[in-house]
Design a protein around this ligand. Structure first.
Ligand SMILES: [Fe+2]
Ligand SMILES: [Fe+2]
Length: 261
């Protein structure tokens, strides 16, 4: 089996950037559209992916129309199925309706099968826990799915899971989640949220965080300095091996805005 897919994250797309934190809205109004960032990276790349996965913060507290628009835009641009998980900047109800095309998805958990390759969309977002929360109910669903060990499988979350990878708090999870991952046959865990790409190992499994298609922030003397950012990663699964290539804009960081925190 050979499967080729693209991992993107954190587009924070909006038609107008008028919802949420006022300072972030001001910054995002000044940044290049995430759609332009996608085009900068991929206009000259052969788009022969079997699917594209987006690990959350797809919209900035989007409306149903915004989620529908970005989903359809990405599918038309890449010419393949686009799969997504919810992030902490999502409007969950609108995400479910506009991006997933469902009236309800409770609990928020999906499995997709593409050419015999399985993608598990595992929800790490919680409306009362900005840094992410992995619940016992989600763990039960994951445990059941991963009892089937013969299907090549990746697990998508939004939040990062390794505390040393970045200075934002990781999602809250317990030993049960660790044990499920450790005892599974999954190929990798993929996520976003930090806006910085990272490669590591979580409970013995390959682990990849994608950079963003919007901005990165750096804290200097209690001020947040924000820069444009365009990063994505391509994976190829071939003969049982998963390999990765990063696509990244190589220009100097383009400053957008600065504000106190
Ligand atoms: Fe984000
Ligand atoms: Fe996030």
């Amino acid at each position: 089996m050979r499967v080729k897919f693209l991992h993107i994250s954190d587009l924070h797309f909006s038609f107008s950037y008028d919802k949420g934190d006022e300072r972030f809205c001001r910054m995002m109004k000044k940044m290049t559209s995430p759609l332009e960032q996608v085009k900068k990276l991929f206009d000259d790349v052969e788009k022969d992916f079997d699917f594209v996965c987006v690990t959350g913060d797809i919209c900035e507290y989007g409306t149903v129309e915004e989620y529908r628009f970005i989903h359809d835009w990405l599918e038309a641009y890449f010419g393949c199925k686009v799969i997504g998980v919810s992030g902490n900047h999502e409007n969950r109800k609108a995400f479910i309706q506009g991006f997933l095309g469902k009236e309800k998805c409770d609990p928020l958990y999906e499995e997709h099968s593409i050419n015999g390759f399985r993608i598990i969309c595992f929800d790490s977002s919680d409306e009362n826990a900005n840094d992410g929360l992995i619940t016992a109910d989600s763990c039960n669903l994951l445990r059941k799915s991963l009892e089937e060990k013969d299907i090549p499988t990746i697990v998508l979350t939004h939040h990062h899971l390794i505390s040393s990878q970045f200075d934002m708090p990781v999602a809250q999870y317990g030993d049960e989640f660790r044990e499920i991952i450790r005892n599974s046959n999954i190929l990798a865990v993929l996520n976003g949220h930090t806006h910085h790409s990272y490669e590591g190992n979580f409970e013995g499994k390959p682990y990849y965080t994608a950079g963003s298609l919007s901005f990165v922030c750096e804290c200097i003397n209690n001020e947040l300095n924000c820069y444009e950012h365009a990063s994505a990663q391509r994976f190829v699964y071939d003969n049982g091996i998963l390999s990765k290539t990063i696509y990244e804009e190589k220009n100097d960081p383009h400053f957008i805005d600065r504000f106190s925190i």
